[in-house]
Design a protein around this ligand. Structure first.
Ligand SMILES: Cc1ncc(C[n+]2csc(CCOP(=O)(O)OP(=O)(O)O)c2C)c(N)n1
Length: 629
């Protein structure tokens, strides 16, 4: 039977569909989501939860004239399917394919690109003000989850929206989950509404439960429900109304009819900001995802290998666990990523000393600074791309006051299919300019544990960057030791050239050196370990005899490790050295597998060999399969 979905080329095609047809369409969309995400990886549970909401939004609002802004953008797959991207949907998250987030260059139906959380209400308000100033009258809708709405920016934007009274519609997609369960006071308030809502809808079930209880227990239970139900009904309305919004809800987010009534109300009858509170179930309609929404929040593409090598994140968390057992003052902080960075294993043993602060990177950093003032040893585990949010907190609250806070920067360098918004290719550059901060990157997972130990012992702020994915599979030393700050190591000696590599690039640099040797070029390979402070002594020593130097880093060239080495040579007045720096040029890195992108930027063994050969213009490598020219 032909699918209804195949007839939807733009939102206008949704008009005139019957209730049954809409339900069939929702089921077909779910099948499409499961099939594509199983093959390509991506955010499954979040998208399954917004199928009906997306259909209703596109039936009530007139996109692209009306602006629908998806916060984070990870739940925009259904929106993509309904806005002319169905035929390219199989390319989701592939190199050159559809983005896994919203993207202005991809479609006129994506009025604002995203990837990082909590930006939608600010962007919506900006568009609404622009509309009003230019005398236009389209609608602006921000769709935000209960996780993202706890982010500082979202709260700042709500505050200003209420103040200005601008006509925007905020749709809260409330499923009780961020990636893990949403944390905080606001989350508790929302959960009361959900409880009340479910209570009302499950009245029959409640009566059955009550009937089964003895009289005393029955009265107590009824009291609990009434108290919570009353608060649940009054509190959220008051909160949003006091902020200046007209509150509509709570609405069953899987009932298209109900959703359409609420959204139409918000569209037609509210002259001031409207807040539509929609209750959804993450993973809806696909049992495995409904049952384990955390696992199915973001899934990887089906793997053909059975790689049991520990990931860097796992080694990080295991090391934190060891250190936490020894030191009661060690605490760990995560802005909403306890699963991704594996701190959940530490939390299981030390629930009092692991803090999920919500999607609040800025707060996470200053919260750590506060802990450090009282002699605690905070480790802030944060993805490279999200630490960008906390730049001022890093400078003003941590480094300026020389607080001994440890930054465990996960997903540094190239992250792969999440693409431009998530690549961790800037951290060395934006950290390099901050005084007092030590910046390190391990060559493998064993060195990661020693660097973490070193950082915890340090009296200064220290950042350790490590990549997404598996380690190299090396042995983990049973005893941890400190690594001298600012000291690199020479892994291989050769008199023709020196390759100074940092982090993930050390292993391919060694491979490149072996390849070069088989072609008559002997290379010294240095594991720099620290981007700051640099190992000045080692670099001066090298440049006495070696006049060709190559730096390699999985970071932007601008302001990165290589730049810093060149600066050092200049300051030392060493001018008889030819330097070639390999890294990311001045561009945003597209989506694609890590291997593909590393090859593209010359960060694999072949690329490094090619880079070295540029300093030896008359030489070529002969090995087959290595295309150096
Ligand atoms: C600034 C920032 N920090 C962390 C993340 C990682 N992240 C992606 S989605 C997500 C959870 C969002 O939860 P919610 O808004 O409730 O949406 P849901 O997936 O539950 O629909 C998180 C923490 C991010 N994208 N941006």
């Amino acid at each position: 039977m032909p699918r209804l979905l195949d007839r939807i080329d733009n939102p206008a095609d949704l008009e005139g569909l019957t209730k049954q047809e809409l339900e069939q369409l929702a089921a077909e969309i779910r099948q499409e989501l499961v099939a594509t995400v199983s093959a390509n990886g991506g955010h499954l549970a979040s998208n399954l939860g917004v199928v009906e909401l997306t259909i209703a939004l596109h039936r009530v609002f007139d996109s692209p004239r009306d602006k629908i802004i998806w916060d984070v953008g990870h739940q925009s797959y259904v929106h993509k399917l309904l806005t002319g991207r169905r035929q390219s949907f199989a390319s989701l998250r592939q190199h050159g394919g559809l983005s896994g987030f919203t993207c202005r260059t991809e479609s006129e139906h994506d009025p604002f690109g995203a990837g990082h959380a909590s930006t939608s209400i600010s962007a919506a308000l900006g568009m609404a003000i622009a509309r009003d100033l230019s005398g236009d009258n389209y609608h602006v809708v921000a769709v935000i989850g209960d996780g993202a709405i706890t982010g500082g920016m979202a709260l700042e934007a709500l505050n200003q929206t209420g103040h200005l009274g601008s006509r925007i519609c905020v749709v809260l997609n409330d499923n009780g989950m961020s990636i893990s369960p949403t944390v905080g006071g606001l989350a508790k308030l929302l959960s009361r509404v959900r409880f009340d809502y479910r209570y009302r809808w499950a009245e029959e079930e409640s009566k059955r439960v009550l009937a089964s209880l003895p009289l005393g227990k029955r009265i107590w239970q009824l009291g609990q429900w009434l108290r919570r139900g009353f608060k649940g009904l009054i509190m959220p309305t008051v909160l949003w109304e006091e902020l200046g919004f007209t509150y509509i809800g709570p609405i069953d987010g899987h009932n298209i009819g109900e959703l359409e009534i609420a959204l139409t109300q918000a569209r037609d009858f509210c002259s001031k900001p409207a807040f539509v509170h929609v209750i959804t179930t993450k993973g809806k309609g696909y049992q495995p995802a409904e049952g384990d929404a955390i696992y199915f929040h973001g899934v990887s593409a089906k793997s053909t290998t059975n790689d049991k090598t520990l990931t860097y994140s796992e080694v990080f968390a295991q090391t934190v666990l060891r250190l936490a057992r020894e030191d009661p003052r060690l605490v760990a902080i995560t802005p909403a990523m306890p699963e991704g960075n594996c701190l959940s294993i530490v939390e299981a043993e030390f629930p009092q000393r692991v803090f999920d602060v919500g999607i609040c990177e800025q707060h996470a950093v200053t919260f750590a600074a506060g802990l450090a003032t009282q002699g605690f040893k905070p480790i802030v585990a944060i993805y490279s791309t999200f630490l960008q949010r906390a730049f001022d907190q890093l400078i003003h609250d941590v480094c300026l006051q020389d607080m001994p806070v440890v930054f465990a920067i996960d997903r540094s360098g190239i992250v792969g299919e999440d693409g431009k918004t998530h690549q961790g290719t800037f951290d060395i550059s934006y950290l390099m300019l901050i005084p007092n901060l030590i910046i390190a990157a391990p060559k493998d997972e064993n060195e990661l544990q020693h660097l973490l130990y070193t950082a915890v012992k340090s009296k200064h702020p220290m950042a350790i960057r490590y990549p997404r994915g598996s380690g190299l599979g090396v042995e983990l030393d049973p005893v941890l030791h400190e690594i001298p700050i600012g000291k690199g190591e020479i892994l291989r000696h050769g008199g023709d050239t020196a390759i100074l590599a940092i982090g993930t690039t050390v292993a391919p640099a060694l491979e490149a050196a072996r390849e070069l040797a088989s072609n008559g070029i002997e290379a010294t390979v240095v594991n720099a370990r620290f981007a700051k402070p640099l190992d000045t002594e080692l670099i001066i020593g090298l440049t006495r005899d070696i006049k060709r130097l190559v730096t390699v880093e999985e970071n932007a060239l601008s302001g990165g490790f290589g730049n810093s080495v060149v600066d050092l040579l200049q300051q030392l007045g060493i001018s008889d050295i030819r330097v070639k720096s390999i890294g990311i040029p001045d561009e945003f890195v597209e989506q694609g597998s890590q291997a593909l992108l590393r090859a593209k930027y010359g960060l694999d063994a072949e690329g490094i060999t090619r880079g070295v050969l540029e300093l030896f213009p008359n030489r070529q490598c002969r090995k087959q399969g290595f295309a150096y020219k």
